[in-house]
Design a protein around this ligand. Sequence first.
Ligand SMILES: [Zn+2]
Length: 327
Amino acid sequence: MAMVNTVLGPISTDELGPTLIHEHLLLAYPGWECDALAVPYDREAIAMACVEALERAKAYGMRTMVDATPIDLGRDVELQKQVSERAGINIICATGLYMEAMGKPAYFKFRSQAFDVSIEMYEIFMKEITQGIGDTGVKAGVIKVATGHGEISAYEEMVLKAAARAQKDTGTPIITHTEEGTMGPEQAALLISEGAAPERIVIGHIGGNANLQYHISILEKGVYIAFDRLGLEFMFPDTLRKACIIGLVSIGYADRIMLSHDYCGDYSVCWQGRPFEVPDFAKPLFANWSYAHVFKDIIPALKEAGVSDDKIDTMMVQNPRRLFSGE
Ligand SMILES: [Zn+2]
């Protein structure tokens, strides 16, 4: 029986159920702690907001979320444990590092003057996967990697290579961040050339463009792709994302597509720093963004367009199960 590490311990991949492959509980861009006017970190307030938001999705049948927050974006394992327990939702947490422009590359750049940092990153990912994160006892269940817009920097290449090696040794799936879907084929090619298995890779944020030819060029590498910013219409319209999903499913790719939101809690509480208020003009573009949107709005729309219950089950349940089982 294939097992997967959640923040509350290992469970069978058969127990995952409907799964959101790329979400967040909190968002803390490096540097927020330098803002003298930032609201102090309040784990209890964040936990309450997350539990409330997850309960709304749970009412639609959601059972599991992957918290795709890498080490350097404020990942808080104690928060993940508390939220998982209180919401009754499986949470799979990530090891891995964010893209160079928005992550924390300074320490690794400093060390790279004298050491092979890609090996050190590999050792970090292996420690968090096999022994646990810090002294929490929680083992990472996925490796998160990220690249910039239209390029993979030398730093990001080191992260991807380290992730591929850790995956080769442990089987742990890799989920990626692309900037608006760019560099998807290049990410897949690099990871695979370093020994990662295509059926254990999810190329993310593909719904940042509606270029089917491009989507198919990624799928042809045998990896999964994720339309994982549904509801985040500030970046791209759901109408075009839905058209892409319906089109790709209709030509036989349901077994390689996953759906999610890249949602991050209540942004007035879960985004670290100064209180965040969306300006009025942008509010409609965030209105549908939640952990529940796929279940509440997207799946009914796909069904309306003729996507079968079977294919919905493939995308929401079977694909995550197979990703973590390595089938
Ligand atoms: Zn994300």
